[in-house]
Design a protein around this ligand. Structure first.
Ligand code: ADE
Length: 235
């Protein structure tokens, strides 16, 4: 999987990548990340890439030419182009997995300032938002996407850890513990020390259900629980 991130702030992207698991995935050639500075595609004085909006109003708007020229400089027949924007479809784990499976090359354009010229959308396949709030720019959103996709690219993270993690099967993760067995009077549940795999599986399934029902009840329809799940919750 190759990512081309088009941004006005390349250093923001590099600084995260250098310090994260993404770096390991790049070193191991599981993914490739190319960072493109949109300012390299303007012919205007002072590397100008934005201007005031027609019709009046506050804020600078990204101009179409540098953004689209930057897209065209990296686009191939296999590319899928995303623009980060609060108006986009909301990002989730299912999409991260789909993108990891479906695409070889993702171009991610980081939106900025008050917005972008509407004509840019004609060169974009999809707008993506990472949540219902407004960021100052798309860099964090692009990193959220690259990070969540990279995690599910085959062999970047051990497969077993995916299947049990939050949002897979619409359930949150189960509680986990590490050393010491007793800490400030709080003990690790006995069953996890027992070596009894069936009981451990049951504990985890119950913990996962309880976490989902208490923390994110919107993810689960209580009426659709299996008899086994209902029984676990009663125990
Ligand atoms: N740019 C500004 N806000 C954003 C958001 N919530 N998601 C993606 N890009 C953005």
């Amino acid at each position: 999987m190759k990512f081309s991130i088009l941004t006005l702030f390349p250093k923001v992207i590099y600084s995260y990548i250098e310090e994260s698991i993404i770096k390991k995935a790049i070193d191991e050639k599981k993914i490739e990340v190319e960072v493109v500075d949109i300012r390299d595609f303007t012919n205007l004085k002072h590397n100008q890439v934005d201007d005031y909006q027609y019709g009046g109003g506050k804020g600078m708007v990204l101009m179409p030419e540098p953004v689209v020229a930057a897209i065209e400089s990296v686009k191939t027949a296999n590319s899928f182009t995303i623009l980060t924007s609060p108006q986009g479809k909301t990002w989730n784990q299912k999409q991260a997995r789909q993108f990891a499976n479906d695409y070889d090359h993702l171009i991610i354009v980081c939106g900025h300032y008050e917005g972008f010229d509407r004509r840019i959308l004609d060169y974009v396949d999809m707008e993506i938002s990472i949540g219902d709030y407004v960021l100052t720019g798309g860099e964090l959103a692009s990193l959220v996407m690259v990070d969540s996709i990279t995690r599910v690219v085959p062999d970047v993270i051990q497969t077993e850890s995916h299947l049990n993690e939050s949002f897979e099967n619409n359930l949150l993760d189960y509680d986990v513990y590490t050393k010491p067995v007793e800490w400030r009077g709080k003990k690790v549940p006995e069953v996890l020390l027992s070596g009894h795999h069936k009981n451990i599986d049951e504990f985890r399934e119950k913990s996962s259900l309880e976490n989902t029902l208490t923390k994110r009840p919107d993810l689960i329809d209580e009426n659709k629980l299996s008899d086994y799940q209902k029984k676990l919750l009663k125990e």
